[in-house]
Design a protein around this ligand. Sequence first.
Ligand SMILES: [Zn+2]
Length: 320
Amino acid sequence: MAWLHTYFQIYYTSLLVYNKNLCINNMHHGKCHLCLRDKYLQLSHVLPKFIFKWYKHNSPSYLRSGLEPNMRIQDGEKEYLFCEECEQRFSKWEDRFAREVFPKLQDPENANPIVNYKEWAIKFATSVSFRVAVFSEKENRLAHFPDELKAETQKAKEQWRKVLLGEIEHPGKYEQHLMHLDVIESHIVPNQSRFMNRYFIGATHADMVCSDDTAFTYAKMFRVVIFGHITELRNKWHGTRISPQYGTFGGKSIVVPDYVIEYMSGKANELLHAGDKLSQRQHEVIEKNVLNNARRMVSTAMFKASISDKMLAKGQKNDT
Ligand SMILES: [Zn+2]
């Protein structure tokens, strides 16, 4: 069977050559946004890759883009941002968060988890906020920021860069905050989205948020949101600040400003209306998937969130 062996050898070699060419063609040379050196850049995830892996392993349904709901997505947004060495630097902190914190904060059976963290947590959170800021700037997604807040974003980014390079120990006034989300059973917020629980549990996205005088980076990773403060907002936030040394996530009452909840409610409504764009074909695909996985579907956090949204809507109707 020598010919078969040869055939496979040729096939294998040509595959390697093909991949090598592809690799060379896809290499991007440019300035790394962290070390600022001219290097070959990696295709970097804006939000960490592990959250998409976690979703794939833990959900019977597909992720869909809010902008293009007819498209299934495997992964988050990516861009050529950092060199390999700097990506390695991020991965140390990401691995700790992915192993020690993230699964515990996503557990639907434990509504009130308490998770200890050490000094690596501020580095991880800073790296997420930094990526969101760098990516948004590169993609021209800061057009809605007034000039003063654009200038402040530059200062925050530079401070975060120094933290990530180990030049300073903490981000100072450009604090990092983490909000752990759980299903809401009742609320007194007027006009809150009727999709709020499903947004809390099932959505992931990155954004730059501002009002006239307030700005922050926003990284929603299912039940976890990381905020990178660009303007000083300390007095309106309680129980969310990540300490530069050690502390705990979850397990305590937290307070965030009203405009954060309003922003989230707006995003929840966007998701709700994204459903209107679903084609008949995709409706059928979803329906089939639900029927084929009915037993698994009813035990998911998303299904429970959907029931809670319906109960909330019913309660609101009864109040009026
Ligand atoms: Zn670099």
